[in-house]
Design a protein around this ligand. Structure first.
Ligand code: NCD
Length: 305
C-alpha cells in the first residue's frame, strides 16, 4: 500500500511512467473507462478548492469508479474535534483511496500513517502539493517534449506557495535546469527549500525582484497568486498582492516558445489579455491535471489496463 505525500517519494522513472500512461489516456480514453470499476475514492478537503477536488473526482469517474466526498471541515466530525488520525481510519472503512487537503502542514502524512488505504496529499498548508506538481510536469513535458535543460522562472508568492515548493523539488532532479526566483523580498523562497533542495542538488538558481528583466531568459514562467489566507495581517497582503502582474507588454522580448503556467486560481497576476496568447498554458494545465490524476489513482491502486 502506497501513499503520495511528497513528490520526492516518486522516482524520476515512476514520473516518466505516470506521464506515459497519461499520454495513453489522452490518446485512448475509452480503454480506461472501466479500470476502477467497483473502487471508491474519498475526497476530504478542509480548505477551499475547485480544480484539485473536482479533478480527482472526475478522474475517478472517468476510470469507472465512484466518489464519496467531505468538502469542508465544518461539515465533518473535524468540527466536533475528531483527530485527523481517527478520520483517516474511518475513511479507510469506506473507500479504497483518499485524497486529502488540510490547512495544517503534515496532516496528510499523519492520515497516511493511520489509514489502511493509500492517502494522496492534495495540498497541506504552505508546504507541498505533489499532484499539482505532476500536473505541471505533464504540462511541461507535453509542451516542451522534455523535463531537463531549461530555465524556469517562478514568480509571485514563493514563500507560501506550496505548488512552487513541490515543483522546485521535482525539477531539481533533472539536469540542466536553471531556476529564476522572482518575488518581493518578503515572499522569497523559504531557506529550507533553498538549502535542502536547490543547494543540496547543486542546482543553478538566482533570486531577483526584476520581473521584466529576466523574462527573456525563460523557457517556462510559473506564475502564482499571493496566498492571502496564509498572511498574518491583511495590510501586508494588500501591499504585496499586485506587485507582479503579467501584461502583454512584458512579453515583448520573451522567447516565442515560452510557456506560461499557473496552478490557478488566478486573482490579478495574469492579465486576461494574455489568455489567447499561444504561450499561455494554464487552462490546458487544468485538463492535464485530471489526466495525470487518473494515471496516479491507477498506480496507487495497482491497476493496469
Ligand atoms: C493551488 C493550491 O491550492 O495550492 N491551487 C491548486 O491546487 N490548483 C494554488 C493556489 O491556491 O494558489
Amino acid at each position: 500500500m502506497r501513499s503520495l505525500i511528497d513528490i520526492q517519494e516518486l522516482s524520476t522513472d515512476e514520473i516518466n511512467e505516470l506521464i506515459a500512461v497519461a499520454s495513453d489516456i489522452i490518446d485512448n480514453p475509452k480503454k480506461y473507462s472501466e479500470v476502477c470499476h467497483g473502487k471508491k475514492l474519498a475526497t476530504m478537503f478542509f480548505e477551499p478548492s475547485t480544480r484539485t477536488r473536482l479533478s480527482f473526482e472526475s478522474a475517478m469517474y472517468e476510470l469507472g469508479g465512484n466518489v464519496i466526498s467531505v468538502s469542508s471541515a465544518e461539515s465533518s466530525s473535524a468540527a466536533k474535534g475528531e483527530s485527523v488520525a481517527d478520520t483517516a481510519r474511518t475513511l479507510s472503512c469506506y473507500a479504497d483511496i483518499i485524497a486529502m487537503r488540510h490547512p495544517k502542514e503534515g496532516a496528510p502524512l499523519v492520515a497516511s500513517m493511520h489509514a489502511s488505504v493509500p492517502v494522496i496529499n492534495a495540498g497541506d498548508g504552505g508546504h507541498n502539493h505533489p499532484t499539482q506538481t505532476l500536473t505541471d510536469l505533464l504540462t511541461i513535458f507535453r509542451e516542451k517534449g522534455r523535463l531537463d535543460n531549461m530555465t524556469i522562472g517562478f514568480c509571485g508568492d514563493l514563500k507560501f506557495g506550496r505548488t512552487v515548493h513541490s515543483l522546485i523539488s521535482a525539477m531539481s532532479r533533472y539536469s540542466g535546469v536553471k531556476f529564476v526566483l522572482i518575488s518581493p523580498e518578503e515572499l522569497k523562497l523559504p531557506s529550507y527549500v533553498k538549502r535542502d533542495i536547490l543547494r543540496k542538488n547543486g542546482c543553478e538558481y538566482k533570486q531577483t525582484t526584476d520581473f521584466e528583466g529576466v523574462i527573456p531568459e525563460l523557457d517556462i514562467l510559473y506564475m502564482t497568486r499571493v496566498q492571502r489566507e496564509r498572511f498574518f495581517n491583511e495590510e501586508d497582503y494588500l501591499r504585496l498582492k499586485d506587485r507582479y502582474i503579467l501584461t502583454p507588454d512584458k512579453l515583448e522580448n520573451a522567447k516565442p516558445d515560452l510557456r506560461i503556467l499557473h496552478p490557478l486560481p488566478r486573482v490579478n497576476e495574469i492579465s486576461v489579455a494574455i489568455d489567447n496568447d499561444p504561450r499561455a498554458c494554464y487552462f490546458k494545465q487544468v485538463y492535464y491535471g485530471k489526466i495525470i490524476r487518473m494515471s496516479l489513482i491507477m498506480k496507487l491502486l495497482g491497476l493496469e489496463v
